[in-house]
Ligand binder design. Structure first.
Ligand SMILES: C[S@@+](CC[C@H](N)C(=O)[O-])C[C@H]1O[C@@H](n2cnc3c(N)ncnc32)[C@H](O)[C@@H]1O
Length: 221
């Protein structure tokens, strides 16, 4: 798989974004965020938010949930920590600088692993998804929300054309749903929903359900 965005590009880009991120993105990303959090909450109370950024989603989880947030960018996490303090978000059990591809958690730690607007930025997205699969509890879900690139047609051509520019500001425009589906098929997960949200359906919320134990039981029967 092409490793065309490196971690230092991302950390540099988000160090610059951190002071302005909420002002620019809070509203634009709201609908996807609400849908992703709703899907995660339905899985259970132990939630991992990968690429939690400035923590825009943290206050959407009510009391009774235990949310852990990780991110590559310390300046983004510093903003999240400020929110936690200012809003007394007791549902957040930890924040940590960590790479999505090297999660420091035990196998089966979380009911849901959520990646909001981040999976397309990971150089080796499949390696990150492997890690999400490792730390999710049996039967749990991986919930992703992102702009997913068009597979064909004019929009696909435009997205490929602007891809180099998008990468420079920490975005990726051409990542396709087929890549997530292919990973899921090989990893024992089922794509149980892919819902378009936001203006003109620009973002897609994808729910991936762990089928590994269920598939093994069916095979043994
Ligand atoms: C577009 S922001 C989204 C932030 C937040 N999830 C939200 O919805 O507002 C992408 C975030 O993913 C983080 N990120 C990118 N690659 C990452 C990686 N490999 N591991 C952890 N975090 C990563 C970035 O540092 C950034 O904070």
């Amino acid at each position: 798989m092409a490793k065309d965005i490196d971690l230092s590009t991302i950390t540099k880009a988000y160090a610059k974004w951190a002071p302005f991120y909420d002002a620019v993105y809070s509203r634009i990303l709201m609908q996807g965020r609400t849908e992703a959090v709703r899907a995660a909450m339905a899985c259970g109370s132990d939630i991992l938010e990968v690429g939690v950024g400035t923590g825009l989603s943290l206050e959407d989880y009510p009391t009774g949930y235990a949310v852990t947030g990780i991110d590559l960018s310390k300046p983004m996490l510093d903003r999240a920590a400020e929110k936690i303090r200012a809003k007394n978000l007791t549902n957040v059990t930890g924040l940590c600088v960590m790479d999505a591809c090297r999660l420091g958690f035990r196998d089966g730690s979380f009911d849901a692993v959520v990646g909001q607007y981040m999976i397309t930025l990971v150089p080796d997205a499949e390696a990150a998804l492997d890690e999400f699969a490792r730390v999710v509890k049996p039967g749990g879900e991986i919930v992703l929300v992102n702009h997913i690139g068009a597979e064909k047609g004019l929009l696909a051509m435009v997205e490929r054309a602007v891809a180099p520019l998008a990468k420079r500001v920490g975005w990726r425009s051409e990542f396709q749903l087929g890549r997530i589906r292919a990973w899921a098929e090989g990893a024992g997960f089922a794509v149980v929903a892919a819902k378009r949200v936001g203006f003109a359906g620009f973002f897609t919320v994808v729910r991936l359900k762990d089928r590994r134990a269920a598939d093994a039981r069916a095979e043994a029967a």
